[in-house]
Design a protein around this ligand. Structure first.
Ligand code: ZN
Length: 270
């Protein structure tokens, strides 16, 4: 599933191709994409409008339109954008420069939601906590969120209202960098550990952005390239391989139903 670095990479590639362009035609091919709203109504709302900015909020892509409307896209498991025709197209936009933007989604969990300007921020506020690379994400914020939860640390980090954009990969990578066990009760962290974790989350996400995200199954950038972050994973998906820091074997467990990788020596659970 695309996380913050993957969505940010897609945003950065879409922005120069879309900003200032009109959506001359919009065709939505799958009713699941816009439900509970009618796909024809959503296509009609977008058609003829001009994209003024392509932004990202957590794992959401946000297209701001000249009319004041915003298209909020969540790629979920397998959503992606591209300029070449592909299989599993769920929507197509023809731009006024003649280019054709396709939205592809094999597993069909992605969503397109059109909101007006007044609805946008209240909607996002119910979904997303602070941006981890922004100024509102501080050790004090993280500590306040962790201190009220007894669940395993990793499970709390996956809550988008605690930190927006973090998912399974970068949560594991950040916990390894912070030398914290994913299994520790969230409310057992000290202030120093919360400081370490805040910095580790930022570092893990920045590395992901620099490598243009990771390419696992279906993720591709809009230009058709793959990211290289998967070559940089310290723990994610590496069970049995040596920890890059201490050479102990990386272990795999499950937290909240998600595969979780950690170093039992660097990240002790007590
Ligand atoms: Zn280690």
């Amino acid at each position: 599933m695309p996380e913050l670095p993957e969505v940010e990479t897609i945003r950065a590639q879409l922005a120069p191709r879309l900003e200032g362009r009109a959506l001359a035609r919009v065709e939505i091919l799958d009713p699941r994409l816009t439900r509970p709203y009618d796909l024809f109504e959503v296509a009609e709302e977008l058609e003829g409008d001009v994209v003024v900015a392509v932004e990202r909020r957590g794992k959401y892509l946000l297209l701001r339109m000249a009319s004041g409307l915003a298209l909020l896209v969540h790629l979920r498991m397998t959503g992606s954008f591209g300029f070449a025709p592909v299989t599993h197209e769920r929507a197509v936009a023809l731009l006024d420069d003649g280019s054709r933007l396709a939205y592809r989604d094999v597993r069909r969990f992605g969503t397109w939601l059109v909101l007006d300007g007044a609805e946008l921020e209240p909607y996002l506020a119910t979904k997303n906590g602070p941006e981890p690379l922004g100024r509102r994400f501080t050790p004090a914020w993280l500590e306040s969120q962790l201190s009220r939860r007894k669940a395993p640390l990793k499970a709390v980090l996956l809550d988008q209202r605690v930190v927006a954009g973090l998912g399974n990969i970068y949560a594991d990578e950040a916990l390894w960098r912070a030398r914290l066990s994913p299994l520790r009760p969230a409310n057992a962290l000290s202030r120093d550990e919360a400081v370490r974790l805040t910095r580790a989350i930022r570092a893990a996400l920045r590395t992901g952005i620099q490598r243009q995200g990771s390419t696992l199954t279906d993720y591709r950038t809009p230009e058709g390239a793959s990211g290289s972050m998967q070559e940089e994973f310290r723990v994610y998906g590496r069970d049995g391989q040596p920890c890059p820091r201490c050479r102990a074997a990386i272990a795999k467990t499950r937290v909240g139903g998600r595969g979780t990788w950690y170093c039992p020596r660097c990240q002790p659970s007590d």
